[in-house]
Design a protein around this ligand. Structure first.
Ligand SMILES: NC(=O)c1ccc[n+]([C@@H]2O[C@H](COP(=O)([O-])OP(=O)(O)OC[C@H]3O[C@@H](n4cnc5c(N)ncnc54)[C@H](O)[C@@H]3O)[C@@H](O)[C@H]2O)c1
Length: 387
């Protein structure tokens, strides 16, 4: 019997059941023949599976990543497979923008965006022939909505599919942020006080996972309706200052900026650990906190996976991944589960296919995934599981 040594990228590909099925179909239907797709999404093993699916459909893919999350082995794999990759593992916004610029220089026919970076940059130097594309996240939708008139092309928002919201945001981000807390800190959750900022699907999942891990969880939510939902779900909903002051662990999941800033340093409990799970790093103002006159000493662990700030009054607090999205940071970053990303990426493949084959028009600018695509992906998954 042969024993094969295989990579994590291959493990992931083996378990992206929806993408595998779509890949087989695309090899026959070739929806992207003669089209170039420019991508700006976390370069990690699940994304590799998606990009290989698009290639199977005939696309020329030019790939870039997101701030902080690019994984070198994924880049290497894609390059070996002949995909042009313009990405580096960087937290420098200027370098990140330059890399995205190289994707746009190739004037792709379709864009697959995550956070609105590519579409926003496209508007600075539009080129003819862009047919539209997709946006993966809540944060990207919030950024692109005000630009609808200027964009005026089909842009389907994967996040606004119910499948993405419950399959990834609610059910996977919580598991992943919990896994990240354990992986980065190796600390316990039992009996600890956890405060989650934001009670959208992501925050709900995070709060639930920490509660299941025997923590006492509070929720801070700006919207009173969602705050009520958190209350009815059994979470404490104290005032913000009290929630910060009592927390051993704080997780941000808001999509907003400056949720935690240097102004909160006076409140934060000795030993507290802060993690951001939102898409953009500004939810926790790491630079402002680390640069505060209240900080005496800064210790970095594992290349900044954790930074401990020692305050002049003797308290210490630790911030994960310098405030960047923690679940794709640090040693052995896994991100959300394979099944969860397979859902979102199946939606991505189907939405790009819809735009490439002329099934959308300019009125579909920054709109949710079409219902029939959601139904198709749901049925495909259920059929696979019932086999
Ligand atoms: N880490 C991951 O793998 C991952 C995966 C999917 C989405 N995301 C990101 O997670 C973030 C949250 O996603 P979502 O789908 O739950 O978004 P959402 O918009 O549905 O929910 C965010 C909630 O935060 C609340 N909020 C905003 N500012 C606040 C503040 N200052 N204090 C308290 N509450 C505040 C809003 O009222 C809202 O209810 C987004 O940035 C999204 O892009 C991350």
């Amino acid at each position: 019997m042969d024993t094969r040594s295989r990579s994590r990228i291959e493990w992931v590909a083996d378990h992206c059941a929806l993408l595998s099925q779509i890949t087989d179909e695309f090899r026959q239907t070739r929806p992207f023949d003669r089209l170039t797709i420019g991508t700006g999404i976390h370069l990690e093993p699940k994304t590799v599976a998606l990009l290989m699916t698009l290639r199977a459909g005939g696309a020329e893919v030019i790939a870039s990543g997101n701030l902080s999350s690019t994984q070198p082995d994924s880049v290497e794999y894609l390059r070996a497979a002949g995909v042009r990759v313009e990405a580096e593992q960087t937290t420098d916004p200027a370098l990140h923008t330059a890399l995205l610029g190289r994707v746009l220089e190739a004037q792709p026919d379709l864009l697959l965006d995550n956070g609105g970076d590519l579409f926003a940059l496209y508007l600075e130097a539009p080129y003819p022939g862009l047919r539209g594309g997709t946006e993966e996240t809540t944060s990207g939708r919030m950024r692109l909505e005000p630009l609808r008139e200027q964009l005026s092309m089909p842009i389907l928002v994967i996040n606004d599919s119910p499948i993405k919201q419950f399959g990834e945001n609610r059910h996977a981000v919580g598991q992943s942020m919990f896994e990240t807390y354990m992986r980065l800190t190796n600390r316990s959750t039992n009996g600890k006080r956890v405060t989650v900022f934001g009670y959208g699907p992501c925050g709900e999942g995070v709060a639930t996972c920490f509660r299941h891990a025997f923590a006492q969880v509070s929720v801070c939510e700006a919207d009173p309706v969602r705050r009520l939902e958190a209350h009815l779900d059994g979470f404490m909903t104290p005032a913000t200052d009290a929630a910060i002051a009592s927390a051993d662990i704080i997780v941000t999941e808001t999509g907003a900026v400056d949720v935690l800033t240097a102004d909160h340093l006076g409140l934060i409990k000795d030993g507290a650990i802060l993690l951001n799970g939102g898409h953009f790093p500004g939810e926790i103002d790491f630079a402002g906190m680390a640069g505060s006159a209240e900080v005496e000493q800064r210790d970095e662990f594992e290349n900044g996976a954790l930074t401990t700030l020692q305050l002049k009054d003797g308290r210490r607090l630790t911030i994960a991944a310098a405030g960047h999205m923690a679940n794709l940071a640090g040693p052995r970053p896994l991100g959300n589960s394979i099944e969860a990303m397979d859902f979102g990426f199946a939606l991505q493949a189907r939405c790009l296919e819809r735009i490439a084959t002329g099934g959308t028009d300019a009125s579909d600018c920054v709109v949710p995934v079409p219902r029939d695509i959601d139904e198709g992906v749901a049925n495909a998954y259920l059929d696979l599981r019932s086999g």
